[in-house]
Design a protein around this ligand. Structure first.
Ligand code: C2O
Ligand code: CU
Length: 457
């Protein structure tokens, strides 16, 4: 390193295009524009990626990597229409980059190796983009992910609309799991066999803490925004079998609340819940995941994540409206002819497995023309589930195994079960440039299960 430049950290500035919000909303692939209460602002955050010690539980501290030395990284909160200015400073011993999962931004701000040079140790990079949509998003490293995310380089990003439903509390829960090395002092390096099913850690954490105790006042209703940041773990979430209401997913609010007792979050997924009201003061409710078999090679297991205690009763000001959002279907039933087929496959190699899209690792797919309706058939030819994630655009899930589904959400991540087929639809707005899709099991992504495509106007 040049001594004279020891204290100088070069700032790379990408040329970024401003997103035309009107064109973005006119294309119709995403939530309707959120009304505003104030003038748009700039929200500034510095995200220094660095080594840190991560206290997983009282007395269990491991060496990790975190943004701002925290795991998860700082919670970023803004209002739809605001501009996020995020200053990444790399203090890691290796290059990194930040991807803004679920944000409809310009391709040059997407934070992948396809659109920018990785940020070298000692260097920085300024991301700057408008946040067009209200919802629950997250940011994470998009370099050497199976190591960097596992060590803690992720955080949540909440974008508020001006007319959000009223809750007694708004919480963010980021779920993760980690494997410790044999001495229990640091996060274990990825093992070769993780390449098959992806790594599921032996310690599960919510907001970086094992077995947390949360408290909800009896009579109150809270909004829980949940992000699954695990490398490979599927979370079939349950609250001790108590009913809750799903109010939103990857791309913001659903048309109406859906009452259920469980919901599946794949890696990369988000869900928003209305939790409560509970009447039994003093009750201890398990925050748990029910057994789910995502691979024939793995046993389905029950996991306890933490405890929700019902505290002393408090008055409630929460109102969960019967109508939350309007989602206009992109395709009319009966016209599901796919414009593209994406086959998820595998092949044995000397080092285990390659994970494929249409027979290739790191597949180069055909360009997508802005404005044209895309109907993609995603066919899983393997014996395990894959969470399919599309960068930069929301889609609707329009069919499962050829059976039409009335879309009830905007998604950027969807589970494609083993040997099944899922059909998605979207219409790209004019944000030209390089984009990608991939399996969000980080080891599968690294082993090639991804596609690159260009959006052209
Ligand atoms: Cu959250 Cu390319 O990923
Ligand atoms: Cu996969």
């Amino acid at each position: 390193m040049n001594k004279h430049h020891h204290h100088h950290h070069a700032v790379q500035r990408a040329s970024y295009r401003t997103v035309d919000l009107e064109a973005l909303h006119a294309a119709g692939s995403g939530p309707a524009p959120a009304p505003r209460t104030r003038e748009p602002q700039e929200v500034h955050v510095t995200l220094e990626a660095r080594e840190t010690s991560w206290e997983l539980a009282p007395g269990t501290t491991v060496s990790a990597w975190g943004f701002g030395g925290q795991v998860p990284g700082p919670l970023v909160v803004a209002e739809a229409g605001d501009t996020l200015v995020a200053h990444l400073v790399n203090r890691l011993p290796e290059p990194t980059v930040i991807h803004w999962h679920g944000i409809r931004l310009a391709s040059s701000m997407d934070g992948t190796e396809s659109v920018q040079t990785l940020v070298a140790p000692g260097e920085s990079f300024e991301y700057r983009f408008v946040l067009p949509d209200a919802g629950t998003f997250w940011y994470h490293s998009h370099a050497n992910e199976a190591v960097q995310l596992e060590r803690g380089l992720y955080g949540a990003l909440v974008v508020l609309g001006a007319d959000e439903p009223a809750f007694d509390a708004d919480r963010v829960l980021v779920l993760d799991d980690v494997t410790l090395d044999r001495r229990g002092r640091s996060i274990a390096r990825p093992a070769l066999f993780d390449r098959h099913s992806g790594r599921e850690g032996d310690t599960v954490v919510i907001n970086g803490r094992a077995q947390p105790e949360l408290e909800i006042a009896a009579g109150q209703i809270e909004r829980w925004r949940i992000v699954n940041a695990s490398s490979a773990r599927y979370v079939r979430l349950s609250l001790g079998g108590r009913p809750f209401r799903i109010i939103g997913s990857d791309g913001g609010l659903r048309p109406a609340p859906l009452t259920t007792t469980e919901t599946l979050l794949t890696p990369g997924d988000r869900v928003e819940l209305a939790v409560g009201p509970f009447d039994d003061e003093g009750a201890a409710i398990a925050i748990e995941s029910l057994p789910y078999r995502r691979s024939r090679m793995k046993r389905a297991r029950y996991t306890r994540w933490g405890t929700l205690r019902v505290g002393p009763r408090l008055p409630s000001g929460a109102v969960v409206p019967e109508t939350l959002a309007t989602i206009t279907p992109l395709v009319v039933a009966g016209s599901l002819a796919p414009t593209r087929t994406i086959r998820l496959g595998a092949r044995m190699t000397l080092h285990g497995h390659d994970w494929l899209v249409n027979g290739d690792t790191h597949h180069r797919d055909a360009p997508v023309k802005a404005g044209e309706l895309q109907v993609w058939d995603i066919v899983n030819e393997t014996g395990l589930d894959h969470p399919f994630h599309l960068h930069g655009f929301f889609f609707q899930v329009v069919a499962a195994d050829g059976q039409p589904i009335a879309p009830a959400s905007w998604e950027d991540t969807v589970n494609v079960p083993a040997r099944k087929r899922v059909t998605i639809a979207f219409r790209a707005d004019a944000r030209p440039g390089e984009w990608m899709y991939h399996c969000h099991i980080l080891e599968h992504h690294a082993a090639g299960m991804m596609g690159h495509f260009e959006v052209v106007t």
